[in-house]
Design a protein around this ligand. Sequence first.
Ligand SMILES: Cc1cc2nc3c(=O)[nH]c(=O)nc-3n(C[C@H](O)[C@H](O)[C@H](O)COP(=O)(O)OP(=O)(O)OC[C@H]3O[C@@H](n4cnc5c(N)ncnc54)[C@H](O)[C@@H]3O)c2cc1C
Ligand code: SF4
Length: 557
Amino acid sequence: MPGDHRQYDFDFIVIGSGFGGSVSALRLSEKGYRVAVMEMGRRWTPENLPPSSWYLHRWFWEPALALRGFFRMRYFRHVTILHGCAVGGGSVTYACTLLRPPDKVWNNGSWKGLAEWQSEMPQHFDTASRMLGLIENRILGPSDRLLKRVADTVGVGQTFYRTHVAIFEAPEGEAGGKTVPDPFFSGEGPDRTTCIGCGGCMMGCRHGAKNTLDLNYLYLAEKRGAQVFAETKVVDVRPLDGAADGGDGYEVRTVSSIARFSRHPRRFTCRGVVFSASSLGTMELLFHLKDKGSLPAISHQLGRYVRTNSESLIGVRVPRSNDDLSKGVAIGSGVYIDEHTHIEAVRYPEGSNTMSLLATMLTGGHPGPGRVALWLKNLCASLLLHPLKTLRLLAPFRWARECVILLCMQAMDDHIDMQWQRHAYWPFRKFLVSRGKRVPTFIPAANEFAEKFAHIAGGTAMSMLPEILFDVPGTAHCLGGAVIAESPEHGVVDYRNRVFGYRNMYVCDGSVVAANLGVNPSLTITALAERAMSYIPFAAETTWTDSAEVRDPALLR
Ligand SMILES: Cc1cc2nc3c(=O)[nH]c(=O)nc-3n(C[C@H](O)[C@H](O)[C@H](O)COP(=O)(O)OP(=O)(O)OC[C@H]3O[C@@H](n4cnc5c(N)ncnc54)[C@H](O)[C@@H]3O)c2cc1C
Ligand code: SF4
C-alpha cells in the first residue's frame, strides 16, 4: 500500500547533520516520524579530536588522501571555501559565534515579500538561540584586550563588542573546567564542562564546553529515535514507483565515504527527503542528480546567487609576546572600523601552528602580478636587512601564542554562480565550477587597521599567502545556490523550503539563504530550519502531499 508508511525504511531521510540537518532530525522525530540522518563525516568525541593542527589526518577531510578529519578546503577560481564535515556538520570546527542579521536582510534578495519574515523570524531566532545555548562571551583573552586598546587608539573603541557564542561558560569570576549535569535541557542532555578559554574551538572542543550539535539538537533527536549513519555519503535520490514528483516516496542510495575499495553501497526507501548537506554539498548533490536524470525537475536556477561574503584574513604577530595570545575563546570580540567593515579577533590554540605556513608579511598594492612583485621585493629586502628577525617572524614555532588573526568582513551584496561542467584538464566527469565577477581579495581599510595594530602591539602585520599569490579570497561562510524564491524561474525552493517540482522534499541548510547576511550565518540557518519544520504536520496527520507553492510577492505587499 503506497499510503502505508511502514513499508518504507524511514519516513524521512535527512542528508547531512549540520545546523539545518540537526534541526530537521529533531523536529521531525518529535512529530512522530521515523528519521534517518545520512552523514558523510565521522563522529567526534573529546577523546578522538586532534590535540593540535599538526595532526593533519585528524583535522583535514580528504579521504582519498587518508585525511579523515572534520575540516575541508575546496578551491575554486573565484574563492576558497572552508567548511565542516562531521556528525554535527560545521559545528565541530566552527568558532561558535552566533549573530542575528539586521532586519533589512529580509527586504533584499529573492525571498523579499514571500512571507512576513520580520514578524515571523524572531520566535525562531529565540528558539535557535535557546537550543544552541547562546550567551554573551564572558572570557576575554589578551587578543581581545589588545583589540580594544587598538580600537580606542584609532577612535572606534565605542564599537568594540563581546561576541555572542554557543559555549558553556562559568559565571563571571569563576574558574572553568567544572563538570555538571546537563544545564540546558532539564537534565535530558549530556553532562557538560565549563569553558577553560583555551582558544581551541576551531580544532574541536576537547573539554565538552562548546555547544556543538551532537550535544544539543542531534543528541535529543537520537534520544527520540533518529538513526544517524556516520561515514555514509548519499550518491543518489530518485522517486519510487514511477511517480515522477516523488508522491510515492524516494529511494536513497549511499556509499561509505571513507572505504577505499569496497564502497559498501546501500539502498534505503523513504517518503520524504531533507537536503541539508550545506550550500556547497547540496548544490553538488542536486546538480549531480539533475544531470544524471534522478531529479530532472530541479530548477535551472540551481547554482545561482552563491554568496561568499567579502572576507579577508590578516593578522599581527608579536614575537616574544609576554601575553599568550592564543588564550580566550576562538572569536572573543569584534569592532566595526567603518560602516561596512567588521573585524573579529580570532585565535588558534597553543601548538596549532600550521596556519603559519600560509602567513607572510602584509602586502598592499593592487591585486595581480604587481602585488606579487611587491611582496617578493619586501620579503627579499627584509631577509637581507634583518635576516634573523624575518625568519623568526615566518617560523611556525610559537605562532599561535604570538598571533592575533583579524577576520575582516564587509557586507557587500556580491555573488557568484556555480555551474556543473567538465574541466579542460579532467574531462571524464563534471565538477562544480565558479563563474562571475571576482570578489576583492583585500580590504584596504582593514590592512591599515592591521598596520596600526602592529605598531601599538609592537609586532608585524601579516597577510595570507594565497590571497597575494592567486588573488583568491577564502571564506568559511558560503551561502545560497538553492535559494528561496517565488517560483522555479527564480529559485530552487519556496518560502517554506519545499523544492519546486517534487513532493515531500525540502532543503534546510545554508543554500536557501537568499541575501547577504553581513554576519556569521549559522544562527540564521538554524532559525530558518526551525521555521520550515514548524510547518510540517505531525506524522499522525500527514497526507504526504506537501509540495512547493508558487507565490506572488505582490500578494503580501
Ligand atoms: C573554521 C570555520 C569557522 C566557522 N566559524 C563560524 C562561526 O563562528 N559562526 C558561524 O555562524 N559560522 C561559522 N562557520 C560557518 C558554519 O560552519 C556554516 O555556516 C554552517 O556549518 C553551515 O550549516 P549547514 O547546515 O548549511 O551545513 P553544515 O553544517 O556544513 O553541514 C552539512 C553536512 O552535510 C554533510 N554532507 C555533505 N554532502 C553530503 C552527502 N552527499 N552525503 C552525506 N552527508 C553530506 C557534510 O559532511 C556536513 O557535515 C565556520 C566555518 C568554518 C569552516
Ligand atoms: S575555548 Fe577551549 S574549552 Fe572553551 S569552548 Fe573553545 S575549545 Fe572548548
